[in-house]
Ligand binder design. Structure first.
Ligand code: APR
Ligand code: PHB
Length: 389
């Protein structure tokens, strides 16, 4: 086979890149290791920055999001024994946010690729990248036991944190930055009407978060120890613990019900540099992981794809590589902004097992400063709504 851009990974980053390139007249083939059903089953965060919403609308993917998504003016922080605080993105930036699940976005992307006759090869096994520093790279893989080869001009590594693309960059050229947090999030999905706003709760028992997917689908999380076992957390225990961490008016308003999904995710920050090696360009989780606090993961994948699709389009349309040459630096500046924001919000809102009383007071004072200062509120709102592309 031959295509212009071989895209490894059919998650949101790979599919969106393929979709935008197609609109710009650039050909691509997406190689996905899993089945489509598997990709669509994954449950991930669901808060979209204003820039993500605008981009999805711009590229013709806004219809269902605008119909089913839930626009809001920001999210709240409920701190134990303190008044509720709204991260007011509308007031400070003029921009709203949108609650719309990544699962829905992935469905919309698959539908758009299908409608345009795009090639997404699923169950592509043993994907390998070759000759990345030449002008004629190629990708090999196996489909239903048969060896296949795609010749291309560029390779986009959109294969998430466990993919092959990042590993194809020689270790001596790579620098990785990592922080693991000493806790995870235990999350449940339940078919109940959500709490009306996205609310981050800080409590001496630990962090809790109320979020939503649609009018009959709620998402709730609590901070948990890393050795937590799902079997020890039947629904009743989860709800009881969740309610113990949020204010009384919130407890009264929460509609509980059986969970339809329950899972644990450890929290981690990770960035690898550079995001380019020869004709290979990384985008999304393949290059960076943020902790879920602040819901930046998907939004970062979208901004990477914005920069990369612009760069590849420029290369084909005008035979210029300025944007390709600056892709890694441009994308990384924004990545580090989101890495810092999600690290900061994680530090602010969680209990750390070994923290000293001094550290606790620093956190409390940080929150009181947020409550008291319009400047601090504006700064957080600006980052929560998403830094401009
Ligand atoms: N070959 C082909 N495909 C692969 C390979 C491989 N060797 N390894 C992984 N993949 C696929 C995965 O099965 C997955 O479908 O690449 C895809 C990567 O998708 P995501 O992990 O969703 O990553 P990305 O598209 O960058 O989206 C980022 O996902 O993790 C969340 O918080 C993150 O919301 C953000 C979003
Ligand atoms: C979610 O809805 O899953 C979610 C919302 C906000 C976050 C993280 C996750 O900060």
């Amino acid at each position: 086979m031959r295509t212009q851009v071989a895209i490894v990974g059919g998650g949101p980053a790979g599919l969106l890149l393929s979709h935008i390139l197609d609109r710009n007249g650039v050909d691509s083939i997406v190689l996905e290791r899993q089945t489509r059903a598997h990709v669509l089953e994954r449950i991930r965060a669901g808060v979209l920055e204003a820039g993500t919403v605008a981009l999805l609308r711009d590229v013709g993917l806004g219809e269902r999001m605008d119909r089913e998504g839930h626009p809001h003016d920001g999210s709240s922080i409920a701190w134990e024994n303190r008044p509720r605080f709204l991260i007011d993105t509308k007031k400070y930036t003029g921009k709203p946010m949108m609650a719309y699940g990544q699962t829905n976005i992935t469905e919309d992307l698959y539908a758009a690729r299908d409608a345009a006759g795009g090639q997404v090869i699923d169950e592509a096994a043993n994907v390998q990248l070759h000759d990345l520093t030449s002008t004629k790279p190629y990708v090999t893989f196996e489909k239903a036991g048969a060896a296949q080869r795609i010749d291309c001009d560029y390779v986009a590594g959109c294969d998430g944190s466990h993919g092959v693309s990042r590993a194809a960059i020689p270790a001596r050229l790579m620098k990785t930055f990592e922080k693991s947090y000493p806790f995870g999030w235990l999350g449940i999905m339940s078919e109940t009407p959500p709490y009306p706003e996205i609310c981050y709760c800080y409590h001496s028992r630990g962090f809790a978060l109320a979020s939503q997917r649609n009018p009959m689908l709620s998402r709730y999380y609590i901070q948990c120890d890393l050795d937590t076992r799902l079997e020890d957390w039947p629904d009743d225990r989860f709800w009881e613990e969740f309610k113990a961490r949020c204010p009384q008016d919130m407890v009264d308003a929460i509609v509980t019900g059986p969970s339809i999904e329950k899972s644990i995710a450890p929290l981690r920050s990770f960035v690898s540099e550079p995001m380019r090696y020869g004709r290979l360009f990384l985008a999304g989780d393949a290059a960076h992981i943020v902790p879920p606090t602040g819901a930046k993961g998907l939004n970062l994948a979208v901004s990477d794809v914005f920069y990369l699709s612009r760069a590849l389009t420029e290369a084909y349309r005008y035979n210029k590589t300025d944007y390709l040459d600056s892709y890694a630096d441009t994308a990384l500046r924004r990545v580090w902004g989101a890495a810092r924001m999600s690290w900061w919000l994680t530090m602010l809102l969680h209990r750390f097992p070994d923290e000293t009383p001094f550290e606790e007071r620093m956190r409390l004072n940080q929150f009181d400063y947020l409550l008291a200062s319009e400047h601090a509120q504006a700064s957080l709102a600006e980052q929560y709504v998403g830094l401009p592309y």
